[in-house]
Design a protein around this ligand. Sequence first.
Ligand SMILES: [Zn+2]
Ligand SMILES: [Zn+2]
Length: 507
Amino acid sequence: MPRPKKDIEKNNKDATTKSGRGRKKELATVTGMKDILPQDQAYWQKVRAVAQKAADDYGYGLLETPILEMTDLFVRGVGKQTDIVDKEMFAFTDQGGDNLCLRPEATAAAVRAYIQHGMLNQSQPVKFFYAGPMFRHEKPQSGRSRQFYQFGFEAIGEIHPALDAQLILLGWSCLNELGLESTVQLNSIGCPECREKYKQELIKYYKSHSKQLCESCKKRLLKNPMRILDCKEEGCRALRDEAPQILDYLDEECKKHFMKVLEYLDEINLPYVVNPYVVRGLDYYTRTIFEYWSNDDEVGKSALGGGGRYDGLVEILGGREATPAVGLAMGMDRIIAKMREKNILVPEMKYDIFVAQLGEPAKKKAMALYERLRSIEDLHPAQAFYKDNLKSQLEVANKLKVKFTLILGQKEIGDGTILLRDMDGGIQEVINFNDIEEEIRTRIKKYRTSKIVSLASGDEDELSDKKAKRKNREEDGIVAGEEDDQEHEVIEAEEHYDDLMGGEDSF
Ligand SMILES: [Zn+2]
Ligand SMILES: [Zn+2]
């Protein structure tokens, strides 16, 4: 979760001032930027995986562009008058005198790549998928970081409205897959011709009410009048009800395109609302534009993503004229914050088996064994070879919630065996060292199946009592006739290592 503003400012102050004589500055992240720690990665991996799956399903190939680009790319692409370029770019001149900036968004870069690599000669549309950090020097506040993460899709070189509908669906279904209910807020801002006519009407209207506009909107009136429509200030919101609406200014072609998009969305039952106040902050959009609003966010205070058509951008950036394109970007930070808010859990890395060792020769042999286990497909072994004491190793194993622990000691090396401990009851069995892989494979498979079965029948409690354990062991292939011998060996082994476990790092 993003920290409250006060907190960020305080931390930043601490980080940049000397606190006390002679004390070194405390180093911390740059204002508005944050670390993503290992314990939070499950969410990020889940979001990336869902996006990657959607990209694969719909044939969007991964495009990775540099984080640094020429500042001019965004000045020309995103537009000089937009907040992003006007106020929020991390721009600088490098040692060689080039004007560079940290990318504030990915679409302009995707179009640059499309032009630079001559992709207009490939079959169209060219479809890109991307995921990575973007940078905007915004006022740090809840839900906005200066380094934030987006994934997105771009389809360049095709004007068919089916593509608009497909992309709108793509973003929505990613949210849906992550457990977030959202509604698409949809609008058309026409082509530059219909929009110009509309802008003039809009300026006329707001000029006659300019006293009621907030300070930012007074400036917007001169630079970017359509942004007034999505201003969240009370006075500006009240004014927009009477304001002219873009949909009334669309020419025949633009209207036809929009109606087709709606038709396709109706056909696939996608929840959408035509919202004439959604305008998006970027200059390059044409025709279809959209945002995803969480169903508990009625005013679109923090959209989870959005996008639209940008039929003019390829030409603006020096490519072939009249190359249509459409795309969307999703805010990963906001999506994850929303998932946490909704208590949506994501599965964490799960280890199956722990390799424990006692004594230097066993440690060395266990290291090699661990590599063998690691190469078994779909098996996740764990270890703590930096520990010598068995008790502390078993503590790690318990923490990782593994089902089994393999224990290798001096005695086992001599016998060519290894101990297999079931962590649910502490029962230990001796198995042949050479059979380890096969044994593990079978047992883990059985355990996973029994887990699915017990979850389905809801008798997980029963599984933990001793009867069930015995039953499990019978299922594991320990037939009645052999059982006495096995039992004997198990007890012997337990006594053997119960002694060892008491000792303090004696090996
Ligand atoms: Zn038009
Ligand atoms: Zn305003």
